[in-house]
Write a new protein. Structure first.
Length: 408
């Protein structure tokens, strides 16, 4: 029985708090699953399960003994319940997973309140909304957003929450919609569902919402960043806000303990630690630069492999612990000398660098690729090339082949 054109009565439109309901199965068919699990598409004559729509995720729960993993709304308005069991036509009982539903209600109602506050204070319209598993976001059409403005909005939205204003739903026509002062006018045939926060906001919406602003609990702004032409504001409401605040407090307490200071002193302590780290980093860089210069002179004195009279001098060496940055720096120091070719490797990661003084005729890029064929990867320029091998046991042999090639 293909579930193709059945219109389902949407019980969540009239009652977002409805957790259990009875319905008739009118269609059922097997459905493919990307994970290879057995799934079925079930269509009911009526449902309280909310489908993926308008930035709000779907509900989950049970249909009789079956688990509802996903709820989809097709283009023709059919609502499909994705279950792990098939159903014969006839009666069934649905049960919504309430903690998930109520969390979505808190976040979605909080979004309406937040969008209205930004419009009220700064005339910045919301262009999109996403309700995520851990956080939610709105994208605002705004020239710029400062932290003081975010703080003002956070205070304002929580004022409305504590006032515990009623949140109601009404159905109206498109003509009536234009007279209600809604944030966004919708052109659509048939009745349009409008959500109203008493004395503050009206907005067309098909989602599930709490009955009063007090049930949002609290709204906490988390982050704000520029995304393309808009500004994305991240927020959490209700239990999510409590969890986020608890996590923040735990992080602050752990950080203060590690730095042996009180939480109010954390910014100054972190600033001081970062300054000391930067100073130490610069000092280390100077020491590494000096060490590379000294080691380059030592290698020229002890590891030099002369070739034919007048041929370039060759330095070949495999290190045990040199990292890629140091290997490149050392090769650069060596190649800065005249008439020198450099073949370096490191067993700490299998890194390889081939280099030569300016003006020499060899092609280090071609030489490296030739020596790495089938064992590693790399590339570069005629005078400087670098690569790596996974098998460290071939490192010495690769440098030996390169040496033989340069001498031939």
């Amino acid at each position: 029985m293909p579930p193709s054109t059945t219109t389902t009565e949407r019980l969540y439109y009239s009652d977002s708090y409805l957790r259990d309901f009875d319905a008739l199965v009118v269609a059922s068919e097997p459905a493919p699953s990307a994970q290879g699990e057995q799934r079925f598409h079930i269509v009911l004559d009526r449902t309280a399960f909310y489908p993926n729509s308008g930035g709000q995720p779907h509900d989950t729960g049970k249909l009789s003994l079956a688990t509802v993993h996903e709820v989809i709304e097709r283009d023709d308005g059919t609502i499909v319940h994705v279950t792990d069991m098939p159903f014969p036509p006839g009666p069934t009982h649905g049960s919504i997973k309430w903690p998930r539903r109520f969390d979505h209600m808190q976040q979605h109602s909080g979004q309406h309140l937040l969008s209205a506050a930004f419009l009220e204070r700064f005339n910045w319209p919301t262009v999109s909304f996403h309700l995520g598993r851990d956080v939610s976001t709105i994208d605002l059409s705004a020239p710029s957003i400062e932290s003081a403005q975010l703080e003002l909005i956070e205070v304002r939205t929580n004022e409305i929450i504590t006032e515990d204003r009623p949140i109601t739903v009404r159905l109206c026509t498109a003509a009536e919609l234009s007279t209600l002062g809604v944030r966004k006018v919708v052109e659509r045939d048939g009745p349009i569902r409008v959500l109203e926060i008493e004395g503050y906001d009206r907005q067309p919406c098909g989602g599930t919402h709490v009955a009063r602003t007090g049930q949002i609990g609290a709204l906490l702004l988390r982050k704000c960043e520029k995304v393309k032409q808009n500004w994305r504001v991240e927020f959490v409401c209700g239990a999510r806000a409590i969890r986020a605040a608890r996590t923040d407090q735990s992080l602050l307490a752990d950080s203060a303990r590690l730095l042996s200071c009180g939480q109010p002193e954390l910014p100054d302590m972190l600033r001081r630690a970062l300054e000391e780290r930067q100073t130490s980093h610069r000092a280390r860089q100077r020491l590494v630069e000096h060490l590379a210069g000294v080691e380059a002179l030592l290698l020229l004195a002890t590891e030099l492999r002369p070739g034919k009279p007048g041929a370039p001098r060759i330095v070949q060496r495999v290190f045990d612990e040199a990292d890629p940055d140091y290997l490149r720096l050392l090769a650069t120091k060596l190649a800065a000398e005249s008439n020198v070719q450099v073949l370096l490797g490191s067993r700490a990661g299998g890194h390889i660098v081939f280099a030569q003084s300016a003006g020499l005729p060899a092609d280090m890029n071609a030489l490296l690729k030739q020596c790495l064929a089938g064992t590693g990867k790399g590339g570069g320029t005629c005078d400087f090339a670098q690569g790596s091998v996974a098998d460290l046991s071939v490192l010495s042999a690769i440098l030996a082949r390169a040496l033989d090639s340069l001498r031939s």
